[in-house]
Design a protein around this ligand. Structure first.
Ligand SMILES: [Zn+2]
Length: 194
């Protein structure tokens, strides 16, 4: 079971590993099966194709994309411009994603048809990495969502999330993990001081 607390597909993807400063820890996408499980839990329609026949390059592509997205999103969470190499790498992922995409008409009986981006099952990222990249492209262009983008303040976490709390003071990915640990630490510090 994966945790989905980011508030955007691209953030939940980046949150499949944790960070202690610059060191990646606790990578939960250990193999293609884990990625397929994540994609299914994230309700990505192409998850089934990925589980059936993952290409050999899939996990390399997965880890590269996750690192690229993190290098772009963390500075943005702190109100800084991402470094140039990270931007160029993100651009390459975006171009790859768009070049594999197909436009497909979608129509519901009650509405006018619209066009949707879809990815064939044999796309390099099985349509799953492509959807994540597309989510990131939409995310970084949204002033409102970037404004609310935060990095968890917990020790050895580094998860990213959109702060939709009413007072905009959310500091942790989850109260039950990082928030609870921070509160327990503060409590112990108070006890020592008393
Ligand atoms: Zn956290």
């Amino acid at each position: 079971m994966f945790t989905f607390v980011g508030g955007a597909l691209c953030l939940d993807f980046v949150n499949t590993s944790s960070w202690n400063g610059d060191a990646e820890i606790n990578d939960r996408l250990t193999d293609a099966g884990a990625l397929a499980t994540w994609a299914r839990e994230a309700k990505i329609p192409e998850a089934r194709a990925l589980a059936a026949s993952p290409p050999a390059s899939l996990m390399n592509d997965t880890k590269r994309l996750r690192l690229v997205l993190r290098r772009v999103l963390v500075p943005l969470a702190h109100g800084q411009e991402p470094p140039e190499p990270a931007l160029r790498a993100f651009e390459r992922e975006a171009k790859r994603t768009l070049s594999a995409a197909q436009l497909s008409p979608r129509s519901a009986s009650s509405t006018k048809p619209r066009l949707a981006l879809v990815w064939p099952e044999d796309a390099a990222g099985c349509g799953v990495l492509e959807r994540v990249t597309w989510s990131a492209l939409a995310f970084v262009r949204s002033r409102r969502r970037l404004h609310a983008l935060r990095e968890c303040e917990g020790d050895a976490c580094g998860w990213l999330f959109v702060d939709t709390s009413r007072n905009h003071l959310r500091r942790w990915c989850e109260m039950r993990t990082c928030g609870g640990a921070a509160k327990a630490r503060a409590f112990r510090a108070r006890q020592r001081g008393a």
